[in-house]
Design a protein around this ligand. Structure first.
Ligand code: NAD
Length: 348
């Protein structure tokens, strides 16, 4: 039987969850609640039940799962109250704005025994999944460095995302996704974080950032979000022990170059304006294999399928408390690094 979902906050993302529930094979939509009456009216015009209050949602025995899709600064209170009412909870990302606040939520989940996870839906992005598959295939060996970038040119959306008090800024908005993905790709412990935030279009919050992560194994990761980039750099670039991979654009497949022979007999030098170079000359087809990686299949409905099966104890939850806590620790260290202009030594 389908589990009934109530969505709190019927804005952009609450609308996504509501539509998703209406088209899901595992959950059904019980209704929505927004603090703005106008948003509840929009729901009702669409034939969706709008609750009169948050308390009414919690009191509805028909509601199994409460989905929190409000601005970031009110996640904690709504999550904890839902857990205490015995509801299973899906919270939008970023789950919170500090490790201390997240710990209060995790404590509430442990105390009440209620299910609690976070909607890290970009685990179903096919660009990320392609990089994950390439690593798992071991065809070009283990990663040495992974660079993950997302570049836009429209600044931050002009809503609460511009305001620090509501948890605005790009580390909390896009960074949380890219950090979560990166910690799925490289699972080693982290020893150092260095981050520089940008403020090109917004002084109050970061409108982009450049984050360097050093793992205890010497593997490094670089994550960059920009909102003032009229030419975008590649989505993913990965150096591995036996080759490299690139995803130019999230609409394109990954391109892989595998090293067949490290040593070359005859390197044809290339001519540059200042002279010739063999060191930087491109490799020929004798020493490397080049191919596109077939785009992985992905179905974001698998998020809710996992939620329902995990609530029923049929499989482990995919997005765990430990994972979301590590991501929060990285974000917290990134903010500290930007504030102090120093690399931060961590044990994450
Ligand atoms: P939004 O501004 O479009 O919608 C938020 C809604 O919440 C508004 O309608 C507002 O009136 C309502 N609200 C505010 N306080 C409330 C309260 N106490 N109780 C009930 N309703 C309340 O914002 P959004 O873009 O929908 O973002 C909401 C959340 O979803 C954020 O945490 C954001 O980071 C997340 N989000 C996630 C993704 C994703 O891909 N996972 C995408 C977009 C947004």
């Amino acid at each position: 039987m389908k589990k009934n979902v109530a969505v709190i906050g019927y804005g952009g993302q609450g609308g996504w969850h509501a539509n998703h529930a209406l088209n899901s094979d595992v959950v059904a939509l019980a209704g929505v609640y927004d603090i703005l009456p106008a948003r509840n009216a929009v729901a009702e015009e669409k034939g969706i039940h709008a609750y009169a209050s948050f308390e009414e949602v919690l009191a509805d025995k028909n509601v199994d799962i409460v989905v929190i899709a409000t601005p970031n600064d009110v996640h904690k209170e709504l999550v904890i109250r839902s857990l205490e009412a015995g509801k299973s909870v899906v919270c939008e990302k970023p789950v919170e704005m500090s490790v201390a606040s997240l710990d209060e939520m995790i404590e509430a989940a442990n105390r009440t025994g209620s299910f609690f996870t976070v909607h890290q839906n970009r685990r179903w992005d096919v660009d990320f999944l392609a990089i994950k598959e390439i690593i798992a295939s071991e065809k070009i060996g283990a990663p040495i460095r992974i660079e993950s970038r997302i570049h836009g040119s429209r600044g931050i959306p002009s809503d609460w995302r511009c305001q620090a008090a509501h948890g605005g800024g790009m580390i909390l908005d896009w960074g949380v996704h890219l950090i979560d993905q990166m910690l799925q790709l490289i699972t080693d412990p982290i020893e150092r974080i260095y981050c520089v935030n940008t403020h090109i279009t917004n002084q109050e919050v970061d409108d982009g950032f450049r984050l360097e992560i050093t793992f205890t194994t010497g593997v490094t990761a670089y994550i960059e979000v920009g909102t003032f980039n009229f030419v975008a750099l590649p989505r993913f670039y990965m150096q591995c022990k036996n080759g490299s991979a690139i995803i130019e654009d999230w609409r394109k497949p990954a391109h892989v170059v595998k090293c067949k022979y490290w040593h070359e007999n005859d390197v044809l030098p290339v001519q540059t304006a200042a002279g010739i170079t063999k060191t930087m000359a491109p490799r020929d087809e004798v020493t490397v294999d080049e191919y596109d990686w077939e785009k992985p299949q992905s179905d974001v409905h698998d998020f809710y399928r996992n939620v329902v099966r995990a609530i029923d104890g049929k499989e482990p939850m995919l997005i765990t408390h430990k994972q979301v806590r590590r991501v929060m620790q990285v974000m917290e260290a990134a903010f500290e690094s930007d504030r102090t202009k120093m690399p931060i030594t961590v044990n994450i």
